[in-house]
Design a protein around this ligand. Structure first.
Ligand code: NAD
Length: 505
């Protein structure tokens, strides 16, 4: 049942999209999709069985083996990708309302994410035509060059936070490089993914290049990971799921890209521009409802400024506008699903025994139902606290004081995760030395999380394996074959002519 704030013309049921056709799951199984403000089921989606996964992979394989997509000139594929970006830009408002309704993201932030999805396609459309590879010459002897090729069927498995943007981050490079794909979005948020087929058809993507399956991770996702005709899997999600995927993909020796969880530190030194640091750290943990892998969910603050900083931080948190996803004034809105709400709320309760509560700590006023959590600030949190160590993935921050650079570094590195880090200081030497010593895949110095798509994205430790972004994505989605040819005479040792002779290799 759609509510009165539902976008117009919502479908009542989502089907799978295989080989250019919308189909129901074999046996007709479906699952319910809830809307996070009322937590009522508003649509059902087809729940793919392993047999459906086989069909989707077969369609993608056929499009790869026999279709035009991998054989097109990069410029031809690039034009189609630019068209996709144009369509996404022209429909950003619709995309945002769909995403916001399904996931609970505040509408203004969903709009930003829709535009990022367009930019992801545009970026890889440009990159693929300017791509160059190595060629080497050994004068008079040999020419060697790199022949870069798409790999085949890419399995793309994505999470429920900013789902459409996450999907575009994988679809863009996977398709730009000439692979065909099977996408398995998270089952909490399938609605926006159902927009891809129409967009791709309109832009001229041949049938079979893009296939979409909905369903549970344990069944549909699992079958994709274990499918022998899917040589590469790009996964974004929880670290424990990433570990399971690694195990399941191992017997097939698949290429894996794993973008996993985080518990990223934001370190604020006493010499920092405090107003800028405050803006960024508050935004860093509460934007996207705190459901953000790179959230600065641990804020480490130097003792001299600690009392002042936490007071201002808590003040800001209390003033954050919590509201309906549709309201353009909302800064934080409903979490994606009641299960996730329960998880975040359980951490809020745990936090009450581990830190001093300065803001939030439960439901926000005026929202007795739905998945709303008030922006919550715990201070004086020790490094062995669960709210310091574990990914909460909601609007909850742990703030901890430190005295010296050494102590700050020790605290920053004292988790199993290593995705992002944010450092606030005006001391250049400290900024760079600190950045280089932090165990994280990405560091922002005096900056909020501003993405340059050319830079590598990914984590260390439990935050992931591999890097995507710019040429790293091209490297993941292609194979690099080296081709050697002899110029003039070939030089081989002559075996079988009566005893070993010295020769050149
Ligand atoms: P999740 O691991 O529960 O699910 C992610 C996807 O994997 C879903 O599509 C799910 O259905 C599927 N899946 C689950 N079990 C599977 C299995 N056994 N085999 C194959 N597929 C399976 O994660 P989530 O709760 O949807 O997303 C939140 C997590 O994602 C957080 O930990 C967050 O930090 C992480 N995340 C990381 C990044 C990053 O770039 N590092 C970005 C966004 C989110």
């Amino acid at each position: 049942m759609a509510t009165d704030y539902a976008p117009k013309d919502l479908p009542s049921h989502l089907r799978l999209y295989i080989g250019g056709e919308w189909v129901d799951a074999t046996g007709g199984a479906t699952f319910d999709v809830l809307e996070p403000v009322s937590n009522e089921t508003y649509i059902t989606a087809a729940s793919a069985t392993p047999e459906d996964v086989n069909k989707a992979v077969a369609a993608a394989k056929k499009a790869f083996d026999e279709g035009p997509w991998p054989r097109m000139l990069p410029r031809e594929r690039s034009r189609i990708l630019h068209k996709i970006a144009d369509i996404l830009e022209s429909r950003d408002a619709r995309l945002a309302e769909i995403e916001s309704y399904d996931s609970g993201l505040p509408i203004t932030q969903a709009l930003g994410q829709a535009r990022r999805a367009a930019e992801n396609f545009r970026f890889f459309a440009d990159l693929i035509v300017s791509q160059h590879d190595n060629a080497f010459k050994v004068p008079g002897r040999q020419m060697n060059y790199v022949n870069r090729k798409p790999i085949g069927v890419a399995g793309l498995i994505t999470p429920w936070n900013v789902p459409f943007m996450q999907e575009s981050w994988k679809l863009g490079p996977a398709m730009a490089t000439g692979n065909t794909v099977v996408l398995k979005p998270a089952s909490y948020t399938p609605l926006s993914a159902a927009l891809w087929p129409e967009i791709f058809e309109e832009a001229g993507v041949p049938a079979g290049v893009f296939n979409l399956i909905f369903g549970s991770g344990g069944v549909a996702g699992d079958a994709l990971v274990k499918h022998p005709d899917v040589p590469l899997i790009s996964f974004t999600g929880d670290s424990s799921t990433g570990a399971t995927l690694s195990t399941n993909a191992a017997p097939f020796l698949k290429s894996l890209s794993l973008e996993l969880g985080g518990k990223s530190p934001a370190i604020v030194f006493a010499d920092a521009d405090l107003e800028a640091a405050l803006d960024a750290t508050v935004f860093g943990v509460f934007s996207l409802n705190g459901e953000r892998c790179t959230a600065g969910s641990r804020v480490l603050v130097q003792r001299e400024i600690y009392d002042d900083f936490i007071e201002k931080f808590a003040e800001r948190a209390k003033n954050i506008v919590v509201g309906l996803p549709t309201d353009p004034k909302s800064e934080v809105s409903a979490l994606v699903h009641p299960n996730h709400f329960d998880k975040v709320m359980s951490y809020v309760e745990i936090g009450k025994g581990e830190g001093r509560l300065l803001a939030g700590g439960g439901r926000p006023e005026g929202f007795p139902t739905g998945n709303f959590v008030a922006p919550t600030v715990f201070v004086d949190v020790k490094s062995d606290a669960r709210i310091f160590q574990e990914e909460i993935f909601g609007p909850v921050v742990a703030i901890t004081p430190f005295d010296t650079d050494e102590e700050a570094l020790e605290l920053a590195n004292d988790t199993r995760y290593g995705l992002a880090a944010y450092v606030w200081t005006t001391n250049l030497k400290r900024a760079h030395n600190f950045a280089q010593a932090i165990e994280s895949g990405m560091v922002w110095l005096n900056s909020n999380n501003v993405r340059d798509l050319r830079t590598p994205f990914g984590g260390v430790k439990a935050s992931g394996l591999g890097r995507e972004g710019g040429y790293r994505s091209i490297d993941f989605y292609t194979t690099q074959q080296s081709v050697q040819i002899t110029l003039e005479e070939s030089h081989s040792p002559r075996f079988g002519v009566g005893g070993a002779t010295p020769g050149k290799h």
